[in-house]
Design a protein. Structure first.
Length: 497
């Protein structure tokens, strides 16, 4: 077998979806699950590297996507919720790639910072090829009485689907590339299966009337011993339903749209494999998942359940058709994915990121050696009350354990080996005090190393951590104690502040 490595300055095709968690990609399940049909992504995984334990930097669109294009966690890039601008001094991924000689294109959903095309162009993306939701809605038409306008015509005609028009443009760019051109960085951000869950025939209503849900034990909404915000959110959702065990209204449409998204991803994958040269790096992932009714919750929001935070991540270097796909079980993050693409391109790494390149893994030079992923949450959007407003969370996830620090609420600890559906919060279990302390110390160390924007003793002094001490210091501008001469004030010695 011939193992292929990325070419010198390889073309990079970065394909993403929205709200397509690991749980709804069929190759991530040992046995088939009703309603989960993703044959194109499955076929891609069969020829690439499937990361079994990949996690978003944050389970909300804007913060997660800003991490894609900055290589930073939300507490570093400062997009703490949807439509919140990022720091002005970030050296963005397309800027780094442009300096390495790449031509960078973005097609599809943006949702970074202010969600402004001008911002994306300033970050290094090509203006001429730019295409996002604003352009799409301008094409299919708007209707003042209907938020989705002409998009709803996609239920009968794929030409009116966002994902289809994005994929069409991606295929045109791929087929228009020639070997003498600058290397290509093509970001293809397909919006589906995010709402409004519009899918064309033959996907429209594919699962209507079918029992496609494999309900976790928490389906009934039992949130005993969980944070109060989760309980209030569950109760608010239940007010619109007659039965807490009832599936969310969008449920069957979501699964149809999930399969439709797979179809559009497959079209782009086929074009890249067919037209771009061997050594091209193709990466597929999604920003986050969806609760899909578990614990009586819907959509995404202020939780760290795997349903929302675990994402598909599959990468392939083209040309190695005689090399079977493989699975890597070590824990990885989206910030690792960013470092990998920069490494393959020979571009500057994001040194303050905390992520590490997975290129050696793709080259077959070893496996993933990290046993933890870190995830953050702050707020759903700029709207002050949406999803409970400001609700900061820091999470460490290992193969077996998950510790969630909910700064303003009850913390959570889950044994994922004994309780894979995360139904029993064991944060108060004294028998786990040593494990709990070790996870906590590791999380605090990560926050310190990443210079977390919200770092403070509140994360350390938790009700269950009896040995946590307050450590108040008075740092100066340099981050250390400053010494000032005070003799000009009538004193005769230096004072420390």
């Amino acid at each position: 077998m011939t193992r292929h490595r990325p070419a010198d300055r390889p073309n990079i095709v970065f394909i993403t979806t929205d709200t397509q968690g690991r749980d709804v990609i069929s190759c991530y399940h040992d046995t088939p699950r009703p309603g989960i049909q993703t044959p194109e992504i499955d076929a891609f995984a069969a020829r690439g590297v499937r990361f079994e334990n990949a996690f978003t930097a944050s389970p909300v669109c804007g913060p997660a996507r800003t991490s894609w294009y900055s290589g930073l966690y939300p507490s570093q890039h400062h997009t703490l919720g949807n439509n919140v601008p990022a720091r002005a001094d970030i050296d963005w991924v397309p800027q780094r790639l442009s300096r390495a000689g790449y031509r960078c294109h973005h097609l599809g959903k943006w949702h970074v910072g202010r969600d402004h095309a001008d911002d994306a162009i300033a970050m290094g993306f090509d203006r001429q090829s730019w295409y996002s939701k604003a352009e799409f809605m301008g094409e299919v038409g708007r209707d003042g009485s209907n938020r989705w306008g002409g998009w709803e015509r996609g239920l009968g005609d794929e030409a009116y689907c966002y994902g289809h028009r994005v994929a069409d443009r991606a295929i045109d760019l791929i087929e228009g590339w020639s070997p003498g051109d600058e290397p290509l960085f093509l970001a293809v951000d397909i919006d589906e299966p995010h709402g409004p869950y519009i899918a064309p025939p033959p996907f429209t209503h594919r699962f209507r009337g079918q029992d496609v849900y494999v309900a976790p034990p928490g389906m009934g909404g039992d949130l005993s011993g969980k944070p109060m915000l989760q309980q209030r959110w569950r109760d608010a959702i239940a007010e619109g339903l007659n039965d807490p065990n009832r599936l969310p209204p969008y449920y069957h449409a979501y699964y149809a749209c999930n399969s439709y998204a797979d179809y559009e991803v497959g079209r782009v994958l086929a074009a890249a494999e067919r037209h771009l040269p061997a050594g091209t790096l193709i990466v597929f992932t999604s920003d986050h998942g969806d609760h899909l009714g578990a614990f009586g919750l819907g959509s995404k929001g202020p939780t760290m359940y795997d349903l929302c935070t675990a994402v598909p991540l599959i990468a392939r270097v083209t040309g190695g058709d005689d090399v079977p796909g493989r699975v890597e079980s070590g824990l990885v993050s989206h910030v690792d994915m960013v470092q990998t693409m920069l490494d393959a391109a020979g571009a500057d790494a994001v040194k303050e990121s905390g992520g590490r390149s997975l290129l050696p893994v793709l080259n077959g030079d070893g496996g993933v050696d990290c046993d933890a992923a870190f995830i953050q949450y702050h707020r759903f959007s700029q709207r002050h009350s949406q999803r409970g407003g400001f609700f900061p969370i820091r999470c460490i996830r290992t193969q077996r354990w998950k510790l969630c620090l909910n700064l303003n609420d009850l913390d959570e600890l889950y044994d994922l080996e004994a309780d894979p559906h995360e139904t029993l919060n064991r944060i108060e279990d004294a028998r786990l005090s040593d494990m709990r302390r070790d996870l906590h110390d590791r999380l605090l160390s990560e926050m310190e190393e990443r210079r977390d924007l919200l770092a403070g003793d509140g994360w350390k002094h938790r009700p269950w951590r009896e040995d946590a001490d307050w450590a108040v210091t008075s740092p100066g501008p340099s981050g250390t104690l400053d010494h000032w001469r005070v003799d000009h004030l009538g004193g005769s010695r230096e004072g420390a502040i």
